[in-house]
Design a protein around this ligand. Structure first.
Ligand code: HEC
Ligand code: HEC
Length: 437
């Protein structure tokens, strides 16, 4: 009890110290990344500025707890940085692997008189993020023990196998984690959902459109009550709102090109809003008992932001084509170049299934206009991932009950009626153009 009080006191004086530094005008010389790390009050401001709605549970919880500077402040929670080992397909044992337990090095170049340039800081953060993407526990899970013992079953649930950019052979981004009580748990990493393997090489940020978390939960007996987790592949219900409204796992390679975060446009996007989003995600995942090191949350954001650099370039030679002029006429006022993303659209205007958009957890009454950059690389479209291709989005047959080409059961797939009334050959030209973006 006393220990707790001491810790509170210490963290309070730390908070006061950073407020004092801020008040003394030193903040001006700090770059935005350094300021983010040192100034909790500033992080609260970033949160406030980025929320599209302050009404939903997502917003009210965060506004009350994140950088609130009172005794409830999440930033007073202890940091969670456990030792982990990547699970690999070759690992048939019971927790025994060749690899060694290790803790991610989250230290950064020191800020002193010769403050390292913002560029050097950014690069150090990016490296932390790159490691954390594959090695930091995003969520402790049960039910994966069977897969651990029989990695062949992993493919059944859509877990990838391959070599990560951090040069590890890994199975579905899974990790063994040393927990504070000394026991060993299994966790997913960001890469479990947000990476895919092509010819044995793991592509960070790509959607794992094969992943079937709902089936895994049912098969492992995790689900005792509530609606069946029949989400299908590539999507899951992340919101605790009592409604079955799964969201498609988004392609994070384009996250820097989105104007809003989440299909629901919960947050206006920029690099620091993304860092807040990741930090608060990890706090809520661990039931508000621990928090990630700030440099790890910001590092993940910097890393994800950099992924757009790995996308194939746009094939701009198509600019004069029929498809390009159809796009300019029907689409470009919402999907604005150069990123082909745009402002959110009210649910009643876009007309797609509103179940996710009205969620009391993260709903705003709007869906974001997603970036169409590299749309060709995706396997699932719209917020609920129900369509398999750009051509399917532009196919008027999807509006019928008889439609059978969707990812998650029969039609109709309603809404987003743009481009559906032009001729079949024009739709083909428009599809071809969108696939060059
Ligand atoms: C179990 C699967 C799963 C894991 C693990 C996971 N995510 Fe996600 N992620 C999702 C889903 C589903 C969404 C879509 C949520 C929505 O829009 O409401 C999402 C959305 C996001 C977004 C918003 C992207 C956008 O286009 O708006 C970011 C950023 C993100 N995740 C980062 C991360 C990071 C960083 C980690 C690791 C700490 C992580 N995720 C772990 C499933 C996952
Ligand atoms: C009124 C603004 C608006 C117009 C006009 C518009 N879109 Fe969209 N588009 C959206 C919104 C909003 C979504 C997301 C809807 C959802 O997730 O339910 C979307 C989603 C998409 C998607 C799915 C992308 C993904 O990753 O899920 C594609 C493809 C697309 N639009 C192509 C087009 C094309 C091609 C046109 C022109 C024929 C067009 N859009 C016109 C707003 C618009």
């Amino acid at each position: 009890m006393q220990q707790l009080a001491v810790r509170r006191l210490v963290s309070r004086s730390l908070l006061l110290a950073s407020v004092f530094v801020l008040g003394s005008g030193c903040s001006d010389s700090r770059g935005p990344l350094r300021r983010f790390l040192l100034d909790p009050g500033h992080r609260h401001e970033i949160l406030q500025e980025s929320l599209l709605s302050r009404e939903n549970d997502y917003a009210t919880l965060r506004l009350a707890r994140y950088g609130s500077m009172d005794s409830q402040d999440w930033l007073r929670l202890p940091e969670f940085l456990p030792a982990t080992i990547e699970v690999s397909a070759a690992d048939q044992s019971h927790g025994m692997t060749q690899a060694a337990w290790s803790v991610i090095d989250v230290s950064l170049p020191a800020a002193d008189e010769d403050e390292p340039s913002e560029q050097a800081l950014r690069e150090a953060l990016r490296q932390i993020g790159k490691t954390a993407f594959f090695r930091y526990p995003a969520q402790l899970v049960s039910g994966f023990e069977a897969i651990r013992r029989d990695p062949l079953r992993a493919a059944e649930y859509g877990l990838w196998q391959g070599r990560t950019p951090t040069h590890q052979q890994q199975l579905g981004g899974l990790l063994d984690v040393k927990l504070p009580d000394g026991s060993v748990g299994i966790a997913t990493s960001c890469s479990t959902c947000h990476a895919a393997a092509v010819s044995g090489e793991v592509i960070p940020g790509a959607t794992n459109s094969a992943l079937d978390m709902g089936k895994l939960a049912i098969d492992s007996g995790q689900q005792a009550e509530g609606p069946p987790l029949a989400w299908g592949r590539g999507r899951l219900d992340t919101s605790d709102d009592g409604v079955d409204n799964p969201a498609a796992i988004p392609d994070l390679r384009v996250v820097a090109m989105q104007r809003a975060l989440h299909h629901n446009a919960t947050l206006h996007s920029n690099l620091l809003a993304l860092a807040v989003r990741i930090e608060t995600l990890l706090i809520t995942t661990y039931r508000q008992g621990v928090r990630p090191p700030p440099s790890l949350a910001l590092g993940l954001a910097v890393y994800l932001w950099s992924l757009s650099g790995e996308l194939p370039p746009e094939q701009s030679s198509e600019n004069q084509s029929v498809g390009a002029s159809l796009f300019a006429q029907h689409c470009a006022h919402c999907h604005l170049p150069p990123h082909y993303s745009g402002d959110p659209v009210p649910l009643a205007v876009i007309g797609t299934d509103p179940a996710l958009g009205i969620s009391r957890e993260r709903g705003t009454g709007w869906y974001r206009t997603p970036s169409l950059r590299s749309a060709k690389l995706r396997q699932q479209f719209l917020h609920h991932g129900v369509l398999p291709s750009v051509a399917a989005v532009l196919d008027p047959q999807r509006l019928l009950h008889s439609y059978r080409d969707g990812n998650h059961g029969p039609g109709p797939v309603r809404g987003h009626l743009y481009g559906l009334t032009i001729s079949a050959s024009e739709r083909a030209a428009l599809t071809a153009f969108v696939e060059t973006l």
